[in-house]
Design a protein around this ligand. Structure first.
Ligand code: TXA
Ligand code: MG
Length: 349
């Protein structure tokens, strides 16, 4: 398949109506368009068309038991696709965090095909704040099913070049709208009459949710390893995910011990590092600086790009990284890193 790559400047949408209209035409006729959102790039198809949704699974190599998120452009549209049972929590979430990096799971309405929800009776809906995503959904006139635009299992794409790496020849169009601001996928919450459960942490943090809604249950899969046979509430959380080619190993311990371990580990040319600016290790082919250890926003923004950077370096077999505090946005970074490592954590003394 020929993939057309177009550039759209999110700050000057009016100059790119032609490109966006073309993209919307592709969606309407059942094709695939990758596009930027404020979290990560999405791989979009008409969410009301089950054949189009099937194309997403095959382009990504995604297991068919892993449901898709759908994206909408207007707050009124939630009710078209889901049944709102916990009205109070839903209204508060919508008021405070929508549009933005939060996905709400509720009972699905029949109009959403089972292919999209992988047979589940719930549907995950998100209203993005990114102008390109919003305009594309509006012009398409349908909700857009949009998982992250990576090959299944790889780190989510936060730049158009990441999407090109994974999706060239597999989709009809890629819209290059620059870097994604948050850099990690949306926060996912499951809303039920009985309460609210956090399934995946993201740009809307657990603390922000608790401030707005009170007590929240955190699904075990967010931080812990599931036992064999145990199922996470979000099917996608059970797969080894966000993983680059090299194996990722998490280092725990006192700052000075970890830094000296990392410095000597660099003597081996098969070693890569993901570190903080404060570690005082110089950036190089084998060293990715995530950002300041005091700036979780910067770290989140860079994380997937740093993980992907090692994939182009054949010689690197292992990558050492460390975990930030798991408060605020740190929890989302911890979640992605421990998954990337397949729960491999080494204590440094
Ligand atoms: O930020 C994001 O949410 C990005 C952008 C493109 O919107 N999308 C994204 O989609 O991260 P994806 O498919 O990579 O991750 C969706 C996660 C998966 O873990 C999936 O299992 C879970 O959401 N999910 C989707 N529908 C669900 C449902 N009905 N019940 C439980 N989990 C669901
Ligand atoms: Mg994904």
């Amino acid at each position: 398949m020929e993939t057309k790559v177009v550039h759209v400047d999110p700050g000057r949408l009016e100059d790119f109506e032609k490109e966006l209209t073309q993209a919307a035409e592709i969606i309407k006729r059942g094709g695939l368009v990758a596009f930027p959102t404020e979290t990560v790039y999405g791989l979009g198809a008409n969410a009301l068309d089950s054949t189009a949704a099937e194309r997403i699974y095959s382009a990504k190599g995604r297991p068919s038991d892993n449901p898709l998120i759908i994206q909408i452009a207007k707050k009124e549209d939630y009710e078209k696709y889901c049944i709102i049972e916990n009205v109070e929590a839903f209204e508060k979430l919508k008021e405070k965090f929508v549009p933005g990096p939060v996905t709400i799971i509720q009972k699905k309405r029949d109009i959403i095909p089972h292919t999209v929800t992988a047979g589940m009776d719930t549907v995950a809906v998100r209203l993005p704040s990114h102008p390109v995503a919003r305009r594309l959904i509006e012009l398409s006139g349908v909700p857009i099913a949009a998982p992250s635009a990576n090959t299944s299992g790889r780190p989510s794409p936060t730049k158009a070049c990441h999407v090109i790496e994974d999706m060239m020849g597999r989709v009809d169009m890629i819209i290059d709208g620059g870097e994604c601001e948050v850099g990690l996928e949306s926060t996912i919450v499951l809303l039920k009459k009985e309460g609210v459960t956090l399934l995946r942490p993201g740009g809307v943090t657990l603390e922000m949710l608790e401030d707005t809604l009170g007590n929240i249950t955190v699904d075990k899969a967010v931080k812990g390893k599931l036992e064999a046979g145990e199922k996470p509430l979000a099917p996608g959380m059970k797969y080894r995910h966000y993983a680059p080619r090299a194996s990722v190993i998490i280092l725990k311990g006192e700052d000075k011990d970890v830094v000296s371990f990392m410095k000597s580990a660099l003597d081996d040319s098969a070693t890569g590092l993901i570190c903080y600016r404060e570690d005082g290790i110089e950036e190089s082919d084998r060293v990715e600086i995530l950002g300041s250890k005091r700036d979780e926003g910067e770290m989140a923004h860079r994380l997937f790009d740093a993980l992907r950077a090692f994939d182009s370096k054949e010689e690197i077999k292992r990558v050492y990284a460390r975990l930030p505090e798991d408060s605020n946005l740190g929890l989302a970074i911890v979640n992605r890193l421990i998954k990337a490592s397949g729960y491999t954590v080494v204590e440094v003394k």
